[in-house]
Ligand binder design. Structure first.
Ligand code: ZN
Length: 551
């Protein structure tokens, strides 16, 4: 029984924390990691303007065959370009204007050589042809690749997932978070004619090659998109749609589900309108009205694919029928709809430049869950929820990963990131200001890629409180501040232990039923009260540990 329980918890943690936890490793940084995770000289001189991915899925042979037309602008002169594509897929040809370019492979990277140096400030494009048998995902979405599955009725049900491992696991691109295609992306997917292919953004048209018994679905995203947010789902899909009147006007909402899921989906997807109402309140308008909002059912729990959120949460509240806070509140909403859609603001609107800063996606998405709860169920439930998720924090490694290597930090980025933000909200202690910070982040970093430093500086400036030590403590160490205190009659003695140098976060405490602010530091302080201290507790919204000592 006990063993079973441990297995179940491990499975839950893995599902809850996602790829971060499988990915983060320690040890020497390899050259391949540096090539993948840093802005190399061969990436730095050009800026992606647009991708047009044209790809055929061949379910019978489990192969991919296609090309990506990469339109770019040169930021400086250059003649050697890095394009990423992971084996066993291989680039077969690269076309530049009338000529074919030479290229050579180094692991997951191709070095592409132009005939002559391209000048600074010009717009140009190459078409990269590729094919092969792609990596099959062993556990989507935590292990990336293609899943050549079947639905309940035995039809093909094929999905792509690539968070962490990267989009180059299934298509050639500049596989680094810092550069998104400024003008968006077109994805043209060819499949056997009896199947439907769903990708990001809007379906512009469908071509039917009757002789070849194939259909090509042309999807288009007008806004910048992060690479791992690009996805293709292929199955016996049917289409449902509705409209939502939101802060940006009328938003088109589309659902792509399997035929037998229609009724249950329509019932459960009522959560979408609630989600939009809550998050447009907290964060401002949905960031991709031009590209619509979409839920696509898949064979794994879910992923934040931009304007194409994937859903596999069994049409039930909670997360795979579990409650992340173990407090009951998690069953009041559909975790996948709320969490993955929160990423449209934190992850897709505001995206990390470097995978080490993944907490910007996951910490805020975890935090967003409690904001959704607050909007519909009030503050107590919201606090119970976010504080309840602390039970999953392991403090095994820092939340921030290793820059320039594509190594993410600890899976703690979810609940610890969320609880750090919750703590900061209570430290600021001004709900109107906090709301303006959340909205301001989404407005001021609209459709941008950012670093942790930018987020820290922004919140610090808007809050008017230096939060640098708070961010250092929770993002860059594995230590949770420990408040040590002693009570002797009317005297309270207190100090922080396990904190970064200079950490002096004010907290609210309740003494004899009355709340007051104290500002502990590493050095001991004493406070004299007019009456004997009978009870002492720390406001639970501050994520710290507390220890009472007797002498
Ligand atoms: Zn997430």
């Amino acid at each position: 029984m006990r063993k079973l329980k441990i297995v179940a918890i491990a499975l839950f943690l893995q599902m809850y924390f996602g790829a971060g936890y499988l990915y983060a490793q320690t040890g020497d940084v390899t050259r391949q990691e540096t090539l993948r995770g840093s802005v190399t000289p061969e990436r730095e001189w050009w800026d992606v303007l647009h991708y047009h991915l044209n790809v055929e899925f061949l379910p019978e042979t489990k192969r991919l065959k296609g090309s990506n037309t990469i339109t770019f602008k040169t930021l400086k002169p250059g003649n050697k370009m890095q394009i990423d594509l992971q084996p066993p897929l291989a680039i077969t040809k690269i076309v530049h204007g009338e000529s074919q370019l030479k290229f050579e492979r180094e692991g997951n990277v191709y070095w592409v050589l132009f005939e002559k140096e391209l000048a600074k400030g010009v717009e140009d494009k190459i078409e990269v042809f590729y094919e092969g048998i792609p990596v099959v995902s062993r556990n989507p979405p935590w292990v990336g690749g293609i899943t050549w599955g079947r639905d309940d009725l035995g039809e093909h049900f094929i999905v792509t997932t690539c968070q962490g491992i990267g989009a180059s696991i299934w298509w050639p691109n500049k596989d680094h978070g810092a550069d998104e295609p400024d003008r968006g992306m077109q994805t043209s997917v060819t499949v056997p004619e009896n199947l439907v292919a769903v990708s990001n953004g809007r379906l512009k048209k469908t071509d039917h090659d009757v002789a070849a018994k194939k259909k090509t679905y042309h999807w288009e995203v007008l806004n910048p998109i992060n690479n791992y947010g690009v996805n293709v789902n292929i199955g016996n899909y049917v289409h449902l749609s509705e409209k939502y009147k939101g802060k940006g006007g009328v938003l088109d909402i589309d659902y792509w589900v399997l035929p037998h899921q229609k009724e249950t989906a329509l019932r459960q997807f009522k959560e979408v309108a609630r989600m939009l109402e809550a998050f447009e309140h907290w964060f401002g308008r949905y960031p991709f009205y031009e590209d619509s909002y979409k839920l696509v059912t898949v064979s794994y729990p879910g992923m934040e694919h931009q304007s194409s959120v994937t859903y596999g949460n069994w049409f039930r509240n909670g997360y795979l029928q579990r409650d992340p806070c173990a407090c009951g509140v998690g069953f009041k909403f559909d975790f996948i709809i709320v969490h993955e859609s929160a990423h449209e603001w934190f992850g897709n609107n505001i995206s990390m430049k470097d995978a080490a800063d993944m907490w910007i996606h996951e910490g805020f998405a975890n935090y967003s869950e409690n904001l959704f709860v607050e909007y519909f169920f009030g503050k107590k439930d919201a606090e119970d929820y976010v504080i309840g998720t602390r039970r999953s924090i392991r403090n095994d490694k820092p939340v921030i990963g290793v820059y320039g290597t594509n190594r993410q930090g600890s899976g703690d980025m979810y609940p610890k990131g969320g609880n750090m933000l919750h703590t900061i909200r209570h430290l600021i202690n001004d709900d109107a200001k906090w709301l303006s910070i959340l909205r301001g982040l989404n407005a001021d970093f609209w459709h941008q890629t950012v670093t942790t430093d930018q987020i820290e500086t922004y919140i610090t400036q808007k809050a008017g409180i230096d939060l640098s030590k708070v961010f250092d403590q929770y993002l860059r160490t594995t230590q949770i501040p420990l408040l040590k205190y002693q009570v002797s009659g009317k005297t309270l003695t207190f100090s922080y232990d396990r904190v970064v140098k200079g950490f002096a976060m004010p907290i609210r405490v309740i003494i004899n039923g009355k709340e007051m602010v104290i500002t502990p530091a590493e050095a001991k302080q004493t406070l004299e009260l007019p009456e004997d201290i009978k009870t002492f507790e720390v406001n639970r919204n501050f994520y710290i540990d507390v220890e009472k000592s007797d002498s």
